[in-house]
Design a protein around this ligand. Structure first.
Ligand SMILES: [Zn+2]
Ligand SMILES: [Zn+2]
Length: 331
């Protein structure tokens, strides 16, 4: 523990007084003051001070108990929120995400990880399970992704909102296999999976696989839902041959495709979606923002951390070799 000059020491006491009286839990106080004042003190160090100053000390909430100050979405908004993966965007919630299991309103980064909401409140639920149960929902805020990917926040939100049909649109489309046709929609096809409504501008297959772990065959079982946009169908008729060749190139997969783990296939799909070389940084941004079922948390919390992680680099290299798309050095 660093010994502080008198004035700075008084500042710490002052801040402690404020935060303790605001009933902030101990670990949060530790993190807050450490980052504000550039210190590396332990929780015990602060606790000692708090006792000396005779301040009320708030114990950090136990795992599994929601923190008493957690905010929840009001009851009358929950049904709509549950049905709409784009709820945050549609309602201008840019610095929070909403848990679709309990409707807690969470700060960025509070959802996953070993101390995260899913782990502590929802019995160690994995991201994979969470996304299977709640297709397409966000775990990072719009603000964080826009900042990290250096994209314009407003445009990003607008695009994400436009990517999902409203719950009403979804219901109408589920009932009517010709919904797109009847409404003059030619540029996208709606994913009719319950609570999804993703508007896909290309064939649904990739989205179905990534977001729902579902094949088109399974999707169309008992139903005649479309999987291609009208534009695509039209083009297919017009330029059948060249488009077919192009699609065949994009659809190329190694022979042992099905033998590799899902994470390999997801990374490979992203890498193969571009004709030229895709740098790791772009791959990570795509994986983070596409909310696929691959969990990156074991490699790090930020794009940079993940990018520098040896295990992650090795995984991507192995996948690159497998699909014959070597990294920069191997070319
Ligand atoms: Zn929850
Ligand atoms: Zn979907």
């Amino acid at each position: 523990m660093t010994i502080l000059p008198r004035e700075q020491s008084d500042n710490v006491d002052q801040r402690l007084r404020e935060l303790c009286l605001a009933r902030m839990p101990g670990t949060q106080i530790t993190n807050t003051i450490n980052s504000e004042m550039g210190l590396d003190w332990t929780l015990q160090a602060y606790w000692g001070r708090v006792r000396r100053l005779e301040l009320p000390w708030n114990r950090t909430e136990k795992a599994g108990q929601p923190h008493p100050s957690t905010e929840y979405l009001p009851e009358n908004k929950r049904a709509t929120c549950r049905e709409d993966p784009a709820y945050e965007g549609r309602n201008g919630i840019l610095d929070r995400v909403i848990c679709r299991e309990c409707f807690a309103i969470l700060r960025d980064g509070a959802m996953h990880g070993k101390r995260g909401h899913l782990w502590t409140i929802h019995k160690k639920m994995s991201l994979e399970t969470y996304w299977r149960r709640n297709p397409g929902v966000r775990i990072f805020t719009f603000e964080r992704i826009a900042r990290q990917a250096h994209i314009d926040l407003d445009k990003y939100v607008a695009k994400e909102v436009a990517n999902y049909g409203t719950p009403d649109e979804l219901k109408a489309a589920q009932k009517n296999p010709r919904y797109e046709e009847d409404n003059g929609i030619t540029q996208y096809v709606i994913c009719r999976v319950e609570r999804c409504g993703f508007k896909s501008i290309c064939r649904l297959a990739k989205h179905l696989d990534n977001a729902h772990g579902m094949s088109t065959k399974e999707y169309r079982r008992d139903r005649s839902w479309p999987i291609m946009t009208a534009e695509e169908l039209d083009n297919k008729a017009k330029f059948g041959r060249s488009l077919y060749a192009n699609r065949k190139r994009l659809a190329w997969r190694p022979d042992n495709w099905g033998d590799q783990p899902a994470s390999w296939r997801l990374i490979a799909t992203e890498l193969l979606s571009r004709e030229d070389h895709m740098p790791n940084a772009e791959l990570i941004t795509r994986l983070m923002s596409s909310r696929t079922l691959i969990s990156l948390e074991r490699y790090g919390q930020s794009a940079q951390e993940i990018g520098n992680n040896q295990a992650f680099k090795k995984l991507v290299n192995d996948v690159r070799k497998w699909i014959r798309r070597p990294g920069r050095r191997g070319r």
